[in-house]
Each structure stands twice: as structure tokens, then as C-alpha cells.
Design a binder for this molecule. Sequence first.
Ligand SMILES: CSCC[C@H](NC=O)C(=O)O
Ligand SMILES: [Zn+2]
Ligand SMILES: [Zn+2]
Length: 408
Amino acid sequence: MASKGPEDEHPSVTLFRQYLRIRTVQPKPDYGAAVAFLEDRAHQLGLSCQKVEVAPGYVVTVLTWPGTNPALSSILLNSHTDVVPVFKEHWSHDPFEAFKDSEGYIYGRGTQDMKCVSIQYLEAVRRLKVEGHCFPRTIHMTFVPDEEVGGHHGMELFVQRPEFQALRAGFALDEGLANPTDAFSVFYSERSSWWVRVTSTGRPGHGSRFIEDTAAEKLHKVVSLILAFREKERQRLQSNPHMKEGAVTSVNLTKLEGGVAYNVVPATMSAGFDFRVAPDVDLKAFEEQLHAWCQAAGEGVTFEFVQKWMEPRATPTDDSDPWWAAFSRVFKDMNLTLEAEIFPATTDSRFLRAVGIPALGFSPMNRTPVLLHDHNEQLHEAVFLRGIDIYTHLLPALASVPALPSDS
Ligand SMILES: CSCC[C@H](NC=O)C(=O)O
Ligand SMILES: [Zn+2]
Ligand SMILES: [Zn+2]
């Protein structure tokens, strides 16, 4: 596909590229610049803009398009403003320049995760407003900080605030993942993150000796047991072509710590694991399993949680659910294929679902490889623009869902 020159670039693409150039990159995101950009958009679109500082320096920006029936609950369109760091030397273009190649591929951190979605929401609302539409339900667009490091200074705090209650959200959309095929992925649940530090203690001594009961031997045992479990889950996924990644539990050994010198046997060593526990797992039983692995390794092996999510929830995906019916109908009408899945990592949707708000994770990117957090993250401008079309069909459908028992 031939690319248009800058003079005839679609204005929504130009806006997307402007937003990509804002360096909201962890660990020191320029949130001030993002909030200023969003305030400007609110002004351009004639929308009210509320800023809620959930922690010092952490602002949630809320743009609101009021509905015609204030008695109804609202639609919440969520996106996070931060992006993950880059290894610049591995990129073919500056990740914060929003370079577009001659074929129309836009390179940049956040092209998929998830600055595309933020701009698609804004541009879909703009188009619908310009065309003179209005819908019964209010649409709120929330732009939150801190998602990429866990949302503890973002959505986790926001859902507890009176300003959040006042939004009266009945249903939410948040991020999903690209899909390399013709189909679009939608996520109705997600795995629970359990970050676990296993600490092993044992007898120290001189590095030249056969010391009994060392911390390292016992740590090795735990690591082996956990990696054997990993292999079992990997096989379970691989042997079933219908199974998606989010349906099994994954684990990776992500940290190893310990040791002071080559010739000193250390008394303590530790290993860090990133578990992503599938939503159908009995969490209490799984914690018992962690105890059992440590116990099997020997005396003095313990574990602690660095991150532990205990409230997995699923948003209904049966046609008797009015939100799902409205959402999926749009895809049927547009002749697009939807694949409903469990999100393999975590998103801010978990905080919304935990306070009882049904949420679907959806980033409208088909025919696109999954490149979030990867080098050369990119998105084709045609896929981006098609995403705006999809939202211009989705928003009217969702914001017109008739009154529900939960609305009163
Ligand atoms: C559990 S907090 C970390 C959140 C992070 N979210 C997106 O990548 C993730 O690792 O899934
Ligand atoms: Zn994201
Ligand atoms: Zn991310």
C-alpha cells in the first residue's frame, strides 16, 4: 500500500503520531505532557475534562460526553498513558519519533500498547459528535497512569475514589492484544499475577569443601520442581490446538540473587518467579502447592509474595448478557470474526471487574503481530484507522443498551 505524504496524511493518524511522541515512558513518564495533550483534546471536542490526582503526581484524566438519559449507567472507555521502556539500539527507528515508513507502518513505543486505543476512542467520539449523534448513556474516557508497573498509583486507587463512583460506570472497555490473523481478539478475563520470592538458607563455608545442606542445593531443587510444573503446563497448551495461552498457568524464573564471593558458600540464596495463574485454578490449593515445593526442597526454604492477585473475575460472554450481546452484534453486523480469550498478562480491567464492573479488553488490531513490549513495536495506519471505524459502530451500540435492572 502506497503511503500518503505528510500533507495528505489522515488527521487521525497525525494526532496518533503526536501522542506517540510524548515520552510517557517508565520509569519516569512525562505525565504532565500527556495530561496537557488530553486537556487540549477535550477542549477541541467540546468535552468536559476532570483531573483526579489519585496520588501525588499521578493524575487520572476523565473526558465526558453526556448521554441523554442520566438515569442510566455509563460506558467507560479506559486506556493507560504510560508505556514500557525501550532498548533503543534494537530499534530500526527512534521509538519516540513515530516514524512512518513508505508502506504506512508507524513505529513507536505505545503504537500497540496502547496509545492507538486512546486516540481511537477520541477520534470515534469526535466523528460521532460531528455527525450530530447523541446516545442515552454517558460515555467517559478515562486516561490512567501507572498501568505498566501494576496500576497501584493509577486504576487501583481510582476505583476507590468518590469521583469514580460518581461516573456510575455500567460497562467498560480496556486494552486487549493484536491478532495476527483476520480475527479480532477480545478478552473477558485475565490470569492472576503472583510474583514469588523463594529464599533458601543453608550452611555456609569455604568454597573448596563439600559442605552439606547448602542454600544453593535446596534452591536448585525448588527451581527444578517449579520448572517441571512449567513444562507440564507448556505441554498442556501445546497439545491442544484449541487452547489459548491465557487458559494455562505460566511461570518464569525471572530473578536469581545471592552470593558474596566465588570462594564463599553463601548462607542465603533466592529465586524470583513470575507466575500467571489461570482463572480456573483454585488459588488456595495453588498456594499449598507452593508450600509443598518449598518443603520438598528441605529445611529453611520459604517463600513470600511480592505481588499476589486474589480476585480473578470473568465478564459474561453469553448472548443473554446485554453488554456482550451489544458488543458481539457489532462484529456480526460488520462481518468481522471475534475470538474471546483470557488475557495472558494483567491489565487495569482486573480492578474494574473486582469492583463489579463488567469489562472487555479490546484493541482493534487484526492482521498484526503481537509486538507489545517488544523491539520495533509498530502498527499499520490502515489498521489503526479501521479501529476508529469499529469504535464508531461499537460506541453507539453500547451507549444505547436499554435500561437494565442494575441501572436503578
Ligand atoms: C502485575 S503488575 C504488572 C502489570 C503488567 N501489565 C502489563 O504488561 C504485567 O506484567 O502484566
Ligand atoms: Zn497496556
Ligand atoms: Zn504493557
